[in-house]
Design a protein. Structure first.
Length: 122
């Protein structure tokens, strides 16, 4: 019997992956931001969303289901909404230039270690 949470997460992942192939400018809030993002991509100040997803795959537990990019404190930050294997949503912030997770990673790592300990006890 299929697990409905895993099936739903897989379906969301496929839809999200298709959306992620779009340029980060598609996730900008206005035309000025789109222009700035496009310039940042050309100058290497912003990594493409597809690059960010590859870089953060080992650092983020779950599948990205939504993404936005905004300038915060002088830096471009990707805001990623993630759904974990249990179907819980969380937010992760990733530096658009470096791919470093700047917020949300510690919680995800703690939860991953907790789940690993539970599995070891079984």
């Amino acid at each position: 019997m299929r697990n409905p949470v895993k099936t739903a997460a897989a379906a969301v992942s496929v839809v999200a992956a298709a959306a992620m192939l779009a340029s980060p400018t598609a996730f900008a809030k206005d035309d000025d931001s789109r222009s700035e993002i496009h310039q940042g991509l050309k100058q290497g100040d912003i990594k493409s969303l597809s690059d960010i997803l590859v870089i953060s795959k080992d650092r983020v537990v779950g599948e990205v289901i939504e993404a936005e990019i905004d300038r915060k404190g002088g830096k471009w930050i990707y805001d990623l909404e993630v759904i974990d294997p249990q179907g819980l949503k969380s937010k992760v912030k990733v530096d658009a230039k470096t791919g470093d997770v700047v917020e949300g990673a510690k919680k995800a790592q703690r939860e991953e270690r907790r789940d690993e300990r539970r599995e070891e006890r079984r």
